[in-house]
Design a protein around this ligand. Structure first.
Ligand SMILES: [Zn+2]
Length: 295
């Protein structure tokens, strides 16, 4: 081969390899902040994740914006929670003309149901159970490997490391609650977001609102709650970072029960807040609850 041809070929190969190394991160859209954090943990440097519903925002009353339509249009993967959490999804995907994969992170988790009207409806807040979130992480790793097979090993490795941290989180929370008597483990919250956490760690959460934040409790429901707080001697009331605190302040005022602080239920805090990622959020919630419930 002529020398000059060899030089040109080498140059072309080298450029190609350099380009592969500098592969653009995969654009991933996650429906809400908690899911976005999980996607970043699994995807690492190979993904560019954005959340439609940001920190401290309420997903139950979310309305897609034109900017969101644009983000979905440019995505290679859309991650949702599923279990009815994203009622707006079909319209958004259609508006964006998005034809790529939509992965429900909750696929395969053991679903908690809540009686509503004439039947049972699925409770979407499965991320409040770290064991369920292990399934989220497996689903996210699989979905990422499908759209980006070249990095499948990296996704599997990252998922494995994060699964170990979820395991440790679960063990720590179990230990945090182990000393609290069963009859003290009752908490009033704004909406029914903590059921999976309650099932996992033996805490009863009595929500002032239902599974969503869309409707305020009626006067009768409020009176029943106030009665329950008095009769059962419930002392822990928690507001949520993404929902209105008005109802809980009213219950506290009427019963003399104190507000135990804020729970991060459906959204992380911002970067500078005290729940900027999932693991920190769960430890912080568990600590705040255990402190309020400890006699
Ligand atoms: Zn919720």
């Amino acid at each position: 081969m002529k020398q000059w041809l060899r030089v040109v070929l080498c140059g072309v190969l080298w450029l190609g390899a350099a380009q592969a190394l500098r592969a653009e991160p995969i654009p991933v859209v996650a429906s809400f902040s908690i899911l976005a954090d999980l996607a970043r943990q699994v995807g690492g440097e190979h993904v560019a994740v954005s959340a439609l519903i940001g920190p401290d925002q309420d997903g139950h009353v979310y309305q897609p914006t034109p900017a969101d339509v644009g983000r979905v249009a440019n995505a290679r993967l859309v991650l949702i929670n599923g279990l009815g959490f994203e009622g707006w999804l079909t319209r958004l995907v259609q508006a964006a003309g998005y034809g790529g994969p939509v992965q429900a992170a909750s696929d395969g988790v053991k679903v908690r149901t809540v009686a509503q009207g004439r039947g049972d409806v699925p409770d979407p807040h499965a991320w409040q159970d770290p064991v369920a979130v292990q399934q989220y992480v497996r689903n996210i790793a699989q979905a990422l490997a499908q759209v980006d097979p070249a990095q499948a090993d990296a996704y599997a490795r990252n998922a494995q490391a994060y699964l170990a941290r979820l395991q440790a989180l679960d063990t720590d929370i179990q230990a945090r609650f182990s000393g609290i008597p069963a009859d003290r483990r009752k908490v009033i919250t704004t909406h029914d977001a903590m059921g999976y956490f309650g099932d996992r760690y033996g805490v009863t959460f009595v929500p002032a609102q239902g599974l969503t934040t869309a409707s305020e409790p009626s006067a009768r429901q409020l009176a029943a709650l106030i009665r329950q707080v008095r009769v059962e001697g419930i002392t822990a009331l928690f507001v949520e970072n993404m929902a209105s605190a008005a109802v809980l302040r009213q219950i506290a005022a009427e019963t003399g029960a104190r507000l135990g602080g804020t729970l991060y239920s459906d959204a992380l805090s911002g970067e500078g807040g005290d729940a900027p990622d999932y693991l920190t959020m769960m430890r912080r919630n568990a600590n705040a609850l255990a402190m309020a419930l400890t006699p």
